[in-house]
Design a protein around this ligand. Structure first.
Ligand code: AMP
Length: 279
């Protein structure tokens, strides 16, 4: 595995592979890697000859009050894992080279995908994500890119950007990887205290119960969701949103029609957890 920190070297390696007819798969991450990230590498290897994984904690997607400074950084461990799972290139750019002085471009994705859900509490988050992903796509020039369904709104927004800007990249969503008790893996789970860690799996349990209620009574989506919010509150979560949305357009749904997703964001202690299921 090559650990590459500059764009010139990255381009040299990628050009060499492409000239040999190899396809390039790309998995962008912010590091602090876990089995969720590794599953994306496995998925990339199914489709491509050569897998590039980036590790970059993107300052543009953190608001001033968020956890940019304390976000877990475990580079040495991450590189060992990436090598172990057959990554060809670990791309670890410096912040200064991604966003040099006088950097002035922004990306904004409009429309229903960007309305509500995580955009309400993090209004600039997806612009920051789209910017870094577009930059990384231009740098790596992959044939395919893999994103986790764990961040479902993000996956939809990236797919929209790729369509809108005619990027020659196939974006593939990969399923959520969970702990044995159902908690979706996340780098931020490290923030959970023992007590919060015990509560955290209830998010998935309650999500599933709400899903069952909705599939039994298609017309009372509102009632099922209000019930779910109360359950979450009683378990100690501060609920950011719990919503039924259509699978592709992410339009809110008052009545159940397949295919759709039930999406939740809720905070326990100081840790904001995301999850979603297909109904
Ligand atoms: P992050 O490092 O948190 O920015 O995530 C990098 C990629 O890993 C994103 O596409 C996430 O959706 C994906 N990811 C994070 N957690 C999981 C998980 N538990 N299962 C599957 N994919 C995940």
């Amino acid at each position: 595995m090559h650990v590459v920190r500059d764009l010139h070297t990255l381009r040299r390696f990628i050009a060499r592979e492409k000239s040999q007819g190899h396809t390039v798969g790309f998995v962008p991450t912010m590091g602090a890697l876990h089995r969720g990230h590794i599953s994306l590498i496995h998925e990339a290897k199914k489709h491509c000859d050569y897998v590039v994984v980036s590790i970059f904690v993107n300052p543009k997607q953190f608001a001033a009050h968020e956890d940019l400074d304390t976000y877990p950084r475990t580079e040495e461990q991450d590189l060992t894992l990436l090598e172990q799972y057959g990554t060809a290139i670990a791309y670890v750019p410096h912040t200064d080279s991604m966003y040099p002085e006088h950097f002035a471009t922004n990306i904004h994705i409009d429309g229903p995908l960007h309305e509500g859900l995580c955009s309400t509490t993090r209004p600039l988050f997806f612009d920051g994500v789209a910017l870094v992903v577009l930059k990384l796509f231009n740098q790596v020039q992959p044939d395919i890119a893999i994103f986790g369904e764990k961040d479902y709104q993000q996956l939809c927004i990236i797919q929209q950007m790729v369509r809108d800007l005619d990027l020659p990249i196939t974006v593939i969503g990969a399923p959520i990887i969970r702990e044995h008790d159902g908690l979706a893996l996340s780098s931020r789970n490290k923030y959970l205290s023992d007590e919060e860690r015990n509560i955290a799996p209830e998010l998935y349990t309650i999500l599933q119960r709400v899903g069952t209620l909705i599939s039994k009574n298609h017309h009372d989506v509102h009632g099922a969701i209000e019930w779910g919010k109360r359950q979450l509150h009683d378990k100690g979560f501060a609920v950011d949103y719990l919503e039924l949305r259509s699978e592709e357009s992410l339009l809110p749904m008052q009545v159940y029609h397949s295919p759709c997703r039930l999406l939740v964001a809720a905070t326990v202690g100081t840790c904001r957890l995301l999850d979603n299921i297909v109904i």
